[in-house]
Ligand binder design. Structure first.
Ligand code: GLU
Length: 299
């Protein structure tokens, strides 16, 4: 018997979802439901400092108001710390990690090329520290744990970008406050939950080679990825709260209910003048590969 396969939407509960995130959720739902997959929602609440109390419930209510449904219960990453610990231990035991004592600022500065250009990659400052150097640094701050990446570049199958080739960073697996890092948790969760198609915003495209590499090292199946264009404001910047009425609550306060939000999202997805009564009305016509490839300008 083959295990069930799923798509998913995995918001961080740091505030209300804005139109861009709602649109990504609708695409992920349409893509899963139109391809006989189940659909999961996972709350990525590991970053305690950024989590806003009550935000996860509001996000789920907004998804429901748009007519999205999901299978089984909603997993909160904060309940899975033991599983992430197990995955990290297996990487440590295989010699695939090293302790990193760099502060965020040091990483930022070390990653700046002499001309002041910022290179996204961690330059490997702590990769080859000797045991005495490690002891000395450990006296000043607790270490984060990084992946000792085994490859430099990786090519990943991407449903909207064709093959995506990018550098594999020595990503943080465990932060220096002891919490598992997003890149580790997301890989473990998608595999454990049977997610074989990840639809998400294209701000995460560059993280994909490292995540796929991590899945390989953990002996987990890589999902297929589809990175959808972000929503931008009229100035071409990433849509944000400050852009005005961009959440369901803001829009409701101006008399724009869920049905009209859904219509607007449907139009942005290329459904013309469709007036869906519910999101399921879009299923028959939906094709992931037909999606607009340009950012969605929310003006
Ligand atoms: N939790 C992440 C976010 O809200 C999404 C992670 C993912 O989809 O892989 O940006």
């Amino acid at each position: 018997m083959s295990a069930a396969k799923f798509g998913r939407f995995a918001p961080s509960p740091t505030g209300d979802l804005h139109l861009g995130s709602l649109r990504t959720a609708v695409i992920a739902w349409l893509s899963a439901r139109s391809s006989s997959r189940g659909f999961l929602v996972r709350i990525e609440d590991l970053d305690r400092e950024r989590v806003l109390p009550g935000s996860a419930d509001r996000q789920l209510a907004d998804l429901r108001a748009l007519g999205l449904d999901w299978d089984g219960f909603v997993v909160h990453q904060s309940t899975r710390l033991a599983r992430y610990g197990e995955a990290i231990t297996s990487l440590v035991d295989s010699g695939l990690t090293y302790e990193c004592f760099c502060t965020r600022r040091e990483v930022r500065e070390a990653a700046s090329a002499p001309q002041g250009q910022t290179v996204a990659r961690y330059p490997g400052t702590c990769r080859e520290l000797t045991p005495p150097q490690r002891r000395e640094r450990a006296a000043t701050r607790p270490p984060a744990l990084r992946l000792r990446a085994q490859v430099d570049q990786l090519s990943v199958a991407e449903l909207l970008h064709g093959t995506y080739v990018g550098p594999v960073e020595d990503i943080v697996l465990r932060r220096n406050d002891g919490l598992p890092a997003y890149n580790l948790a997301v890989v473990v969760d998608d595999a454990d939950q049977g997610v074989d198609q990840v639809v998400r915003g294209d701000d995460l495209l560059a993280a994909t080679p490292a995540q796929a590499h991590l899945a390989d090292l953990l002996g987990l199946a890589r999902p297929a990825y589809a990175h959808v264009p972000l929503a931008l404001n009229g100035l071409g910047q990433r849509l944000a709260k400050r852009d005005g009425a961009v959440t369901m609550a803001d829009l409701a306060a101006r008399g724009v209910g869920p049905a009209r939000v859904l219509e607007r999202l449907a139009r942005s997805l290329g459904f013309g003048d469709a007036q869906p009564r519910e999101v399921g009305d879009l299923l028959a016509e939906f094709q992931l590969t037909d999606l607009p490839r340009a950012p969605w300008i929310v003006a």
